[in-house]
Design a protein around this ligand. Structure first.
Ligand SMILES: Nc1nc2c(c(=O)[nH]1)N[C@H]1C(S)=C(S)[C@@H](COP(=O)(O)OP(=O)(O)OC[C@H]3O[C@@H](n4cnc5c(=O)[nH]c(N)nc54)[C@H](O)[C@@H]3O)O[C@H]1N2
Ligand SMILES: Nc1nc2c(c(=O)[nH]1)N[C@H]1C(S)=C(S)[C@@H](COP(=O)(O)OP(=O)(O)OC[C@H]3O[C@@H](n4cnc5c(=O)[nH]c(N)nc54)[C@H](O)[C@@H]3O)O[C@H]1N2
Ligand code: SF4
Ligand SMILES: [Mo]
Length: 754
């Protein structure tokens, strides 16, 4: 047995970015523990971290490219695989136009340094309007509201959990999900300390989750009605003279308009619709206003629903109206060390954001943040005509399991002329590909969280080199993405990727030296490139981003500032301190230079909410809503759809169950453990029922990411614990109107014994 060594590496599985101490011997993982000295996570990890060992060792994980020959995916060399792509993909774009090739990029890209740097390069080379990502089955409403309120998509306020005295959480279960748009490992500890210092935690969720159980107060809410509740709280603030914008008053526009919009949403008007009594709503608002330092935080339950934009907006309207926006202990704007746009360039004002620069061909939904809503993908593939999608590239995504209209999407993928996937597995999605390019296992690549530090509850920077060598025959994902870029750019399957990489960094350096307000404004780009020598690939780009970033050394302009070399000397990361207050107005990039409290693209959706309120009140007047609605949940040992082939994470009882309230179970004649059928117009699934009063009456909760019984997938462990694909029930036409985000929570369903 080779001598063992400990390597420190940030966990790439979820947004908490925990530091891992990985004991390795040769090429093997011996053990995985929490890194006690990690500047952010201080030793915390969850059970998924250990799954990285199983993932590394999984015999089903791809170790060679696969190419479809005579209908079957067969092992091939990289040259054969890229040759096949070169032979088929550019021809489709040449014959049918660039939009005929679509791309879908999934969640793990946000946790992958190579993809964070090179995916954009590939997508730009593709030049297609048909760019799709998991963002539009996730947080797109939050980008939409951040963009319109603060001027940049990524300027998302983060609750200052470590200093707040009052935290109101809606539609998030960070004790299980470990936080999202909130990078804060060990939320259990952080929330416990909040309560120990006399603070209060309130949770609004149709399910009494772990987080709800750890709170001072929990309220059930009817799914999809958060915007009504939040509007009513805003109403109370104005009604009772409790608004106080504080320091931000002179930097804010639109408060009066918000007051007018909230007028018709009194607690008394919305209470029967959302299921929270009016006096309770009034108290929630008063307590929020009275708290010395408070923050409102909403996550998947508030974004993956029909009024995602309005709910996301009202979360930050409440933060602003109570004087908690940009205030310590309230909701703050992180200062990420790399790639943060709201700390770059000239402060205080900018071009703002635009949406709808193009629209989806079939349904006419607007582009947001450079992409189209994934709810449109199936119809864009299936509907004939000019601009029809005929080829698809997926990178780290499992759309068949993750997107609505799952059955239709599956048919659509089967009908594509050509499909390429970059992935770790042959799964429900990639089994439809003509070529699969394997990605290396996470432990054999380096890591830096460019994306997630934008949402961290404390400013930190942590780089880890690859703890283990890459297995023979695998390429770093940067190389895979650059070779694909070369093919798209017409340079053939053997493009000079080193030259492409040089172009990437030269473009970045050229742009930055021309950028007013940059620490390297006016300098010679050649000098900057020389200073990055001899680095190449993602590390060179990362070093560049760190050095021109808010904490960087500015290539000598700010001696002592961050460089990648300094991070390499700090295996547990560098702590850059608590989030700063007073980042506004400097971080704003709105054309007005103000916080826009009532932007038209957001408030334009209020009439739709008013209409819904009317309909819900009509139902309530007729003795209450009779039907059941479906929502989702996350589970500690799952990671969306893709860690179910690791035995340690799937063993034990079937977790893909429908949680049903005892009253509903009685009414429907269902007993705990019994199999039942869930049905919508879109499709049906069968799964066991779990009867529990932790779920609100009238609501059924089913986790997503299951349904691993597809023929042709190569997931021997997962297929023994298949569960059901809940997105077979989801209709892609249900979207949040402004952002186009899918509304996968709050779906009306029928439940019957199987
Ligand atoms: N263990 C684990 N961790 C994960 C993941 C995973 O799959 N497993 N996935 C990661 C990803 S990609 C993400 S985006 C994050 C998500 O992180 P979270 O948003 O914290 O995820 P969930 O646990 O699904 O919590 C959403 C909550 O919203 C509630 N809910 C549903 N509908 C409504 C509604 O209409 N209103 C309100 N108020 N609540 C509602 C649900 O009951 C649920 O408790 O988690 C990440 N972390
Ligand atoms: N009903 C319902 N549906 C949902 C949700 C819900 O709450 N309810 N949540 C939604 C959310 S928040 C999200 S983020 C999406 C997730 O949707 P997706 O991103 O489409 O799905 P994942 O399950 O994350 O699948 C990731 C894929 O990436 C591969 N992979 C993992 N690591 C790497 C890597 O390093 N490189 C490459 N190339 N591949 C890799 C895995 O094998 C897997 O195939 O699901 C959404 N779908
Ligand atoms: S909480 Fe997230 S980042 Fe931390 S160990 Fe678990 S999966 Fe990894
Ligand atoms: Mo997500």
């Amino acid at each position: 047995m080779p001598a063992s060594a400990t390597r420190f590496r940030t966990c790439p599985l979820c947004e908490a970015t925990c530091g891992l101490a990985i004991e390795v011997a040769g090429d093997e993982v011996v053990s995985i523990r929490g890194d006690e000295e990690d500047v952010l996570s201080r030793g915390f990890i969850c059970p998924k971290a250990y799954g990285l060992k199983g993932l590394r060792e999984d015999p089903d994980r791809l170790r060679t490219p696969l190419v479809r020959r005579d209908g079957e995916l067969r092992p091939a060399s990289w040259d054969e695989a890229f040759g096949e792509i070169d032979h088929r993909l550019p021809a489709i774009a040449a014959e049918h136009g660039r939009d005929a090739v679509a791309a879908y990029v999934g969640n793990p890209n946000a946790h992958n340094l190579s993809s964070m740097v090179y995916l954009q390069v590939l997508l730009r080379a593709l030049g297609t309007k048909n760019v799709y990502s998991a963002s539009s089955v996730d947080q797109m409403p939050k980008h939409f509201t951040a963009g319109h309120m603060f001027g940049h998509w990524m300027t998302v306020p983060v609750p200052d959990v470590d200093r707040t005295q009052h935290l109101l959480i809606l539609g998030a279960n960070p004790l299980v999900s470990n936080g999202s748009l909130l990078t804060a490992p060990d939320m259990r500890g952080r929330l416990r300390r909040l309560r120990e210092r006399g603070g209060k935690l309130v949770v609004i969720d149709p399910r009494r989750t772990r987080t709800a159980r750890a709170a001072d107060e929990h309220h059930f809410i009817r799914p999809g009605t958060d915007a009504l509740l939040l509007f009513a709280m805003v109403h109370v603030l104005f009604d009772e003279g409790l608004t106080d914008l504080g320091r931000l008053a002179e930097h804010t526009r639109g408060a009066e308009q918000v007051r007018e919009l909230a007028a018709s949403f009194s607690p008394e008007a919305v209470a029967p619709a959302c299921g929270i009594p009016a006096p309770e709503i009034r108290r929630l608002a008063r307590e929020l206003a009275a708290a010395e330092r408070a923050a409102v935080y909403g996550r998947i339950g508030t974004t993956l629903q029909e009024f995602g934009t309005l709910a996301s907006w009202l979360v930050d309207v409440l933060n602003a109206l109570t004087g908690n926006l940009d205030r310590a202990g309230g909701a703050l704007f992180p200062t990420a060390a790399a790639g943060q746009r709201n700390s770059a360039g000239e402060p205080g004002r900018g071009r703002g954001v635009r949406t709808g620069r193009w629209r989806s061909r079939v349904r006419g939904l607007p582009e947001v943040m450079g992409e189209l809503p994934v709810s449109c993908l199936a119809e864009e593939i299936e509907t004939p005509g000019e601009g029809q999608v005929r080829a698809l590239i997926t990178v780290a995504g499992n759309p068949v399991v993750s997107l609505p209209d799952a059955a239709r999407l599956e048919r659509a993928l089967a009908g594509l002329e050509f499909m390429v996937s970059v992935d770790l597995y042959v799964n429900e999605t990639t089994r439809h590909a003509d070529v699969i390019l394997p990605a290396p296992d996470p432990l054999s690549r380096s890591h830096y969280d460019i994306a997630l530090y934008q949402f961290a509850a404390r400013n930190v920077a942590n780089y880890s080199p690859a703890p283990l060598p890459r297995e023979d025959g695998l390429l770093d994902e940067s190389e895979v993405l650059l070779r694909l870029t070369g093919i798209i750019a017409g340079q053939g399957p053997d493009a000079d990727t080193a030259a492409l990489d040089d172009m990437v960094i030269a473009t970045l350096a050229g742009r930055e030296t021309a950028q007013p307000g940059s620490p390297i404004e006016g300098r010679d780009a050649g000098e900057i490139l020389a200073a990055l020598e001899p680095r190449r690939g993602p590390e060179r780009v990362l070093d560049f981003l760190l050095r021109v970033g808010a904490h960087g050394d500015g290539f000598g302009a700010r001696p002592g500032g961050l460089t990648l070399a300094r991070l390499e000397e700090s295996p547990h990361g560098i702590d850059l301190g608590p989030l700063e207050e007073g980042r506004l107005p400097g971080a704003l990039r709105t054309p007005s230079g103000k916080v826009e409290l009532a932007p038209g693209p957001i408030t334009g959706d209020v009439p739709r909410l008013r209409e819904r309120l009317g309909a819900l009140l009509g139902e309530a007047g007729n003795g209450g809503a009779s039907g059941l609605v479906l929502i989702g949940r996350r589970q500690l040992r799952s990671n969306n759809s893709w860690m179910h082939n690791v035995h340690a994470l799937v063993k034990g009882p079937n977790r893909c169950t429908a949680l049903v309230n005892p009253a509903d179970a009685d009414r429907l004649g269902l007993a705990d453990g019994q199999r039942a059928r869930l049905r919508t117009a879109a499709g049906e699934v069968e799964l066991p029922v779990e009867v529990s009063d932790e779920i609100m009456p009238g609501v059924v909760s089913v986790p997503h990411g299951w349904g691993h019984d597809a023929a042709g997938a190569r997931l021997s462990v997962a297929s023994a614990h298949p569960g059901a694909n809940v997105n077979l029930l989801a209709d892609g036409r249900r979207v949040d109107a402004p952002s186009g985000n899918a509304a996968l929570n709050g779906i009306p369903v029928e439940l019957v014994p199987a």
